[in-house]
Design a protein around this ligand. Structure first.
Ligand SMILES: Nc1ncnc2c1ncn2[C@@H]1O[C@H](COP(=O)(O)OP(=O)(O)OP(=O)(O)O)[C@@H](O)[C@H]1O
Length: 283
């Protein structure tokens, strides 16, 4: 279904919204240094050219939209950023280092997190355990013996995990359903559980793949508020979304993909005014 263009004022075009977050490294021109840089990415699946020479950057405290018609290559690009699939040509830099050869897990440890088009939660686990599981890989070391002796350090680690989980559950409005099995919740709350899992470790970069898909207006607005709060904390966000109005409100800049190539890049106002984008996508 073709998305409708928004007539709302793009939040990102205001001077306040475009100010660099405090403490962020900036370029000589005052713009924040990019945290994520994709350069010259092409991807071929057999006879299908999914992406051709795509480059984009996302800075800390910025929301970069990635939009385009079905099949434009958005999910493929997400898969390349998160290390699920390698590019045929080109590469990914994160926090100033080349990460093209790193696994998804290694990239996650550097501070990348991702949500999926179809919300992915551990459906049989409680909401709280879903979030705690996302912190599990920090581990305590020492195995069963250490658990039995319950070293003070281990107790402190466990306490800090629970505090972080409590904080993020409250922040995402999930405190009241923390004991419910995640899979028993409506889709809107499952998406919040997925978000809570993704942000509990305070990632530097968040990749959101169609976060409002299947949500009603109030749920989308609430999700949007959370995105803006994360942005305010300095998180870099790459947002794939079919709801054009939502994208225009959320993003500082937008990259438009069409047939695997960059059709346009600019502020929401520039993208809305771009004739080629209107013809190919916004209608
Ligand atoms: N594993 C694969 N094998 C073969 N072709 C693929 C594979 N993954 C994606 N493609 C093709 O690559 C192109 C880009 O697909 P992709 O899913 O990245 O687009 P998209 O913009 O995310 O689409 P949508 O908005 O529908 O999710 C499409 O032509 C798709 O059929």
């Amino acid at each position: 279904m073709p998305p409708g263009a928004s007539d709302s004022t793009p939040a990102a075009t205001t001077a306040t919204a475009l100010a660099a977050p405090s403490g962020a490294a900036t370029t000589a021109g005052g713009a924040p240094e990019p945290l994520l840089r994709l350069y010259g990415i092409s991807k071929r699946f057999g006879g299908v050219q999914a992406l051709t020479n795509v480059s984009l950057e996302v800075a800390p405290g910025r929301v970069q939209g990635l939009i385009g018609p079905n099949g434009a290559g958005k999910t493929t690009l997400f898969d390349i950023v998160s290390g699920i699939t390698p590019p045929t040509v080109g590469g990914v830099q994160f926090a100033g280092r080349e990460v093209s050869g790193l696994s998804s897990t290694a990239r996650a440890r550097l501070g990348m997190r991702r949500t999926f088009q179809r919300a992915q939660v551990f459906s049989w686990l409680s909401v709280e355990d879903n979030v705690l599981a996302a912190l599990e890989w920090h581990g305590g070391g020492g195995g069963v013996l250490a658990d039995l002796v319950a070293w003070p350090g281990r107790r402190a680690l466990e306490r800090s995990r629970r505090e972080k989980a409590d904080e993020v559950l409250a922040w995402c409005g999930l405190a009241d359903c923390r004991r419910a099995a995640a899979g028993s919740l409506p889709l809107g709350q499952q998406r919040l559980v997925e978000l809570a899992r993704a942000i509990v470790d305070e990632p530097r970069l968040l990749l959101l793949d169609e976060p409002t898909s299947g949500l009603d207006h109030a749920e989308s607005e609430r999700f949007g508020d959370l995105i803006q709060s994360l942005r305010g904390k300095g998180t870099a966000i790459l947002l794939v979304e079919h709801d054009a109005g939502f994208v225009m409100r959320m993003c500082d800049r937008i990259t438009v993909l069409n047939l695997g190539a960059v059709l346009a890049e600019g502020t929401p106002a520039q993208i809305q005014a771009d004739e080629a984008v209107r013809n190919a996508y916004l209608g």
